[in-house]
Design a protein around this ligand. Structure first.
Ligand code: BTN
Length: 236
């Protein structure tokens, strides 16, 4: 079924892969599914995608600005999900670069995949949003949380998908027009407070804000380290 440019699938391996095969069809704005059999997360991890529990959505961004601004896109996606949650009355925190958390448990994850040339490119923004807590809860290895534990608002995955798509569209237009500053500011308001202790591998330091490109600045005994990719753990 296609509604408002969103292709709805009962189940598929990964909506990012489905969207990837449809980028040339400009009538398609996103692919969404009620289940994924091989949902993909960042860093080669799997994304647990049980039927009916979450929204699995891949939006096809077709930016009209050069790919040099592309590093801000994953943060933009996290901010967009956070704004949707806040509209539902749910307060979230962001973990760099694009995890959406309540406490230390994950409410949503984002997997961005860019393709094309630096001047003409597309980005697939895959969003996994936990809407309904599955019967029996989440696997122990997955510290997760769902929206229905925190709001009494009606949660219709189709309405949430449409709202996300329209918010992503507006934020991408803003990014092309105004540059990365509005997104960076919106991310920092929902991210860790400056001075929070963070750990990246053997490197421990405190959060010193984001760069204009959305990289994380870690203040350590040996100076500021700028981290462009990967995971950073929150210690306190
Ligand atoms: C992460 O936190 O590691 C990112 C998770 C991204 C999951 C979403 S669900 C929709 C889209 N399709 C996928 O296979 N992955 C993304």
């Amino acid at each position: 079924m296609v509604k408002d440019g969103i292709v709805w699938l009962e189940s598929c391996a990964s909506t990012n892969d489905e969207a990837g095969s449809l980028v040339k069809d400009t009538s398609v704005v996103a692919v969404a599914a009620t289940a994924q059999t091989q949902g993909r997360g960042r860093a080669g991890r799997a994304w647990h995608s049980p039927p009916g529990a979450g929204l699995y959505l891949s939006w096809i961004g077709r930016p009209r600005f050069p790919q040099s601004l592309g590093s801000v896109v994953p943060l933009m996606a996290a901010v967009t999900v956070a704004e949707l949650c806040e509209r539902l009355g749910v307060k979230v925190q962001l973990k760099w670069p694009n995890d959406v958390l309540i406490g230390n448990r994950k409410l949503a994850g984002v997997l961005c995949e860019a393709r094309g040339t630096p001047r003409e490119w597309t980005v697939i923004i895959g969003i996994g949003l936990n809407i309904f807590r599955p019967e029996g809860g989440y696997p122990d290895a997955v510290p997760a949380v769902a929206l229905d534990e925190y709001t009494r608002e009606e949660l219709d995955p189709k309405d949430l998908a449409e709202e996300l798509v329209s918010r992503l569209d507006a934020r991408l237009t803003e990014l092309g027009r105004d540059g990365g500053a509005p997104v960076i500011g919106a991310w920092e308001r929902r991210g860790y407070p400056r001075g929070s202790t963070l750990q990246r591998g053997d490197l421990r330091g405190t959060f010193a804000g984001l760069t204009d490109e959305g990289a994380l600045r870690l203040a350590t005994e040996t100076g500021i380290h700028t981290i462009h990719a990967g995971d950073v753990d929150i210690i306190e």
